[in-house]
Ligand binder design. Structure first.
Ligand code: PLP
Length: 460
């Protein structure tokens, strides 16, 4: 009999944890310690000069967080050549956990961009990301330019000598458009810039693994499906180890000096040539510098307690991912036939413009677990009223601004997340007056339908 191969999500969930060698605790212990004692003066010196890796101080590395990082790197399909094993904090995971999804984006981009640089991002992004890119990055001299995600041909016309990245989300919100990864990755290669993908809606590799389709760097909010229960804010960056940071611009100068040039804060060491982390070796220089330079200096560390919570989430991610996806597919189909529903947007529907792309890039049968639907109404004002009436009428679903919780979550964007926009601006942003966004939970589907049915009955 052939030994049965354990599936990847199960293997990662079970991955050994022997951090507690005294008591053999099966769960990953929470190392709620700011600092870690050095074994000798020599050991301390080696850790600081990076000739040996290991926990020094929780802002940079923590053994509980370390296990979380290892698991995310594996689930995202990073090559993990400097990886070591889950329990050995003396090696380098291809992922770096930070305080939030927003912090993951900032830490990743600031590792290779500086004032004067620009990057080209999809125009349909999470609102907080758009705000970070348009306003906060602008204040430090980094410019974001935006292309329509369904028109990647716009990118080349926007690029210039200072363009340093292309940035997209796996699944745009609220259109649920899925980018043409192959086309965008080819453009990134041609422009010699990294492709950065926010895979929050890709459920940490369960639904989509952007690294397999040309992403060089993946960022994501762990707050959503990774944690999975709406308890902990966190973010993760994963290095696909695929980008050659030594590329030069037309002027012959290094295009990414923050990574490829001498590191002033490490006695001018050149990490791209490092025998273990360098480009020719394991090419983990980006994730190393994100940790030992950007995170060290900017400080958005994840707390060990949150790492523990997020590890708990990863243990059931595959089960939850399937349950979320199955419910979302069935709920979308049920809403299409509901007499009070005017339109439904979810990539599982053959009518959705990204249906075929979802089939190409996503796990079979998975189309994401967030959908929107519009309620009927005589005119825009009546429809808006119906959107609000639905939200007030649901009994089981929770009304809040999050996605990826175990529970079904609903929100009426026109009166909440997009209320600052005029009616016309809302429509331009894809927000219709009666539109309701649903993050589909994994309660019994019949209970979700019954809740929605009684709430729709209260709409005019
Ligand atoms: N990226 C996406 C796609 C999101 O939906 C969010 C939050 O909703 C974020 C990033 C930011 O994550 P966090 O709230 O953990 O900072």
């Amino acid at each position: 009999m052939h030994p049965r191969k354990i599936s990847e999500p199960a293997r990662v969930a079970r991955a050994p944890s022997q951090l507690d060698s005294d008591n053999q605790a099966r769960a990953v212990p929470i190392f709620q310690s700011t600092s870690f004692q050095f074994k000798s003066a020599e050991h301390g010196a080696k850790l600081f000069e990076l000739s040996q890796l290991g926990p020094i101080y929780t802002r940079i590395c923590n053994p509980t967080t370390h296990v979380f990082e290892y698991k995310v790197a594996k689930l995202e399909g990073a090559p993990c050549k400097a990886h070591g094993n889950f329990d050995n904090a003396a090696t380098l995971p291809n992922s770096l956990a930070v305080a939030s999804g927003q912090c993951a984006q900032m830490t990743a981009l600031l590792t290779f961009m500086q004032a004067g640089d620009n990057f080209i991002a999809a125009s349909e992004l999470y609102g907080g990301t758009l705000s970070q890119m348009k306003h906060s990055f602008k204040t430090i001299g980094i410019t974001a330019k935006f292309f329509e995600v369904t028109k990647p041909e716009q990118i080349k016309g926007m690029a210039d000598a200072n363009t340093k990245a292309i940035y997209i989300e796996t699944l745009a919100n609220p259109s649920y458009n899925i980018p043409d990864f192959d086309a965008i990755a080819a453009i990134a290669k041609e422009l010699q810039v990294p492709l950065v993908v926010d895979n929050t809606f890709g459920m940490c590799g369960y639904t989509c693994k952007p690294i397999a389709f040309g992403a060089d760097i993946v960022v994501e909010s762990a707050t959503k499906w990774i944690g999975g229960h709406g308890t902990s804010i966190g973010g993760v960056i994963t290095d696909g180890s695929s980008f050659d940071w030594r590329v030069k611009g037309a002027d012959g100068k290094l295009k990414f000096p923050l990574i490829a040039d001498k590191q002033a804060s490490y006695h001018d060491a050149v990490f791209v040539n490092h025998p273990v982390f360098g480009v020719e070796a394991t090419n983990t220089v980006f994730i190393l510098l994100a940790r030992v330079k950007t995170l060290r200096d900017m400080g958005g560390a994840l707390s060990p307690f949150n790492s523990f919570q997020l590890i708990q989430g990863l243990e059931t991610l595959a089960l939850r991912g399937k349950a979320h996806s199955d419910n979302a597919n069935e709920l979308a189909a049920w809403l299409v036939d509901h007499p009070k529903v005017k339109a439904v947007s979810h990539p599982s529907l053959t009518s959705h413009p990204s249906h075929e792309r979802a089939k190409k890039y996503f796990r079979k049968g998975c189309f994401g677990s967030v959908l929107t639907f519009e309620i009927t109404g005589a005119d825009a004002a009546a429809m808006r009223k119906n959107g609000e009436a639905f939200i007030d009428a649901v009994k089981m679903a929770s009304h809040l601004a999050n996605v990826g919780d175990a529970r079904t979550l609903v929100i009426h964007p026109a009166s909440t997340t997009h209320q600052q926009l005029s009616g016309a601006e809302q429509v331009a942003a894809g927000v219709q007056p009666s539109m309701v966004r649903v993050s589909v939970g994994y309660e019994d589907l019949e209970d979700i339908k019954a809740d929605f049915d009684q709430a729709l009955a209260k709409c005019s």
